[in-house]
Design a protein around this ligand. Structure first.
Ligand code: SF4
Length: 439
């Protein structure tokens, strides 16, 4: 069992452009669950983002690499000096990898190769496929670390501690720089997004001369002013989530909520020690839909939690039938070393877990298909992920990257590329994806 997250030391040298690259790498590292170490000694690996603009910068970069090697020993070099790999390796043959400027994908590949990211399907903030790295036009924006809850299947709080929110000014300036660097969709993540700012008592920051509270609705409103989509993940149904719905109805943030509900039986939810009262969730969902009818809800559930009876499972099926969620992921429970749930009695046999998983997915597949069918004829703006021969692969407001469906637009396209928004009309659907044509 891992007792703490893998930690990276980071040195950023050179110009503001290099700093943008550093932030992009740091954003990705944070989202993938890496910790950052302020010292070389406390890090499992050090990334040095170098500058090679003038001789003095080359010397400074080589010195920084040497220092990191002496104090830590495991060093990945990136940035402008990276194009002169021979020179770096001549001075420092022991560096683990050298990558070039503005190539954060290559840096992340090197980090994964030498220090794999932790991945727990119940609590990871980005999907396992997400580790293949986000294209440049979307980015995960992590707004806090840690968690104040103690869900019995989870070891995040023991690994990362209680909630520590990043002040709103810091988050907004990271978001602004990401958008300046070409990001068109910000995926807000944290272990408990609804709790953002609680630890700071919603402290006010002065941002661009304006007082702004470190609070989710304020953050959402401010992110909504940027020329990029804002999509919220890991939002628990606390009462103040109601404040987000008008922002969605106004088009400031995407009408999308990723809300891990985990179960539909009160008894199991209590055993899981889940946050937020759930008895009113169905009522809340239907209220949200009256404010913002386009709302797309994604959730994840766990079947086969210790003690789950057939009656609990039936309650879960009844819950998803009534909730009519658009996108749903489901896992068969598996114990995580160190989690309190391991001590719970009445483990569900593996075969029964798999059987329930399958039954769950069958019920949900039909709901998801019906929800997609309702989209036919609708006009929407989509964000292009890829232009392939003969078709465009895009996503609509209801499709988070990696986990949800796609919008496919047939035809040969010029003058558009990844990160462009286009308007389409939905013409059809299959089990996961929508098909559309340009308006
Ligand atoms: S809310 Fe629960 S599952 Fe999520 S990080 Fe906190 S303790 Fe873990």
């Amino acid at each position: 069992m891992r007792t703490s997250e893998p930690k990276i030391g980071f040195v950023s040298l050179g110009c503001p452009k290099n700093l943008v690259d550093s932030e992009r790498i740091l954003t990705q590292l944070r989202a993938e669950g890496y910790g950052l170490s302020p010292s070389y000694q406390g890090a499992d690996l050090v990334v040095v983002n170098t500058c090679g603009f003038i001789d003095a910068a080359v010397t400074e970069s080589l010195d920084a690499i040497g220092e990191a090697l002496a104090d830590n020993g495991r060093v990945i070099v990136t940035g402008c000096l990276g194009v002169r790999e021979d020179e770096i390796r001549a001075a420092h043959p022991d560096v683990l990898a050298v990558t070039g400027p503005h190539d954060y994908e290559a840096v992340m590949r090197a980090v994964h190769a030498h220090l794999p990211a932790p991945h727990d399907p119940f609590t990871s903030l980005i999907p396992p496929q997400g580790i293949k790295l986000t294209p440049r036009h979307y980015a995960y924006l992590k707004i806090s670390e840690g968690c104040n809850h103690r869900c019995s299947f989870c070891i995040i709080p023991s690994m990362r501690g209680d909630l520590v929110s990043r002040p709103i000014g810091e988050v907004l300036s990271e978001a602004e720089r990401l958008v300046e660097a070409g990001v068109r969709e910000l995926l807000v993540v944290s272990q408990d997004t609804s709790a953002y700012g609680v630890d700071l008592k919603y402290r006010t920051d002065i941002v661009g001369g304006r007082p702004l509270a470190t609070r989710l609705s304020t953050l959402a409103k401010e992110l909504g002013r940027l020329p990029a989509w804002t999509r919220l993940h890991y939002v628990y149904p606390y009462p103040h989530v109601d404040d987000l719905l008008p922002l969605m109805a106004e088009g400031l943030i995407l009408p999308y909520l990723d809300m891990p509900l985990q179960h539909g039986s009160e008894r199991i939810l209590r055993a899981m020690k889940r946050p937020a009262a759930t008895e009113k969730v169905l009522e809340r969902i239907s209220h949200w839909r009256t404010i913002c009818p386009e709302l797309v809800l994604r959730s994840t559930f766990i079947v086969g939690f210790p003690g789950e009876t057939e009656d609990d499972f039936d309650q879960l099926l009844a819950f998803i039938q009534e909730a009519q969620l658009d996108r749903v992921g489901c896992f068969a429970y598996s114990p995580v070393a160190g989690a309190a749930a391991n001590a719970l009695p009445d483990a569900v046999p593996e075969a029964l877990k798999q059987d329930r998983l399958q039954r769950f997915m069958e019920v949900q597949a039909e709901i998801s298909r019906d929800k997609l069918a309702l989209q036919v004829g609708r006009e929407m703006v989509v964000l292009i992920d890829e232009v392939q021969p003969g078709r465009i692969v895009a996503r609509g407001p209801g499709d988070a990257p990696e986990v949800d469906g796609l919008v496919i637009i047939d035809g040969d396209w010029e003058d558009v590329g990844p990160g462009d928004f286009i308007e389409v009309q939905v013409t059809g659907y299959d089990d996961h994806d929508l098909f559309a044509e340009p308006v």
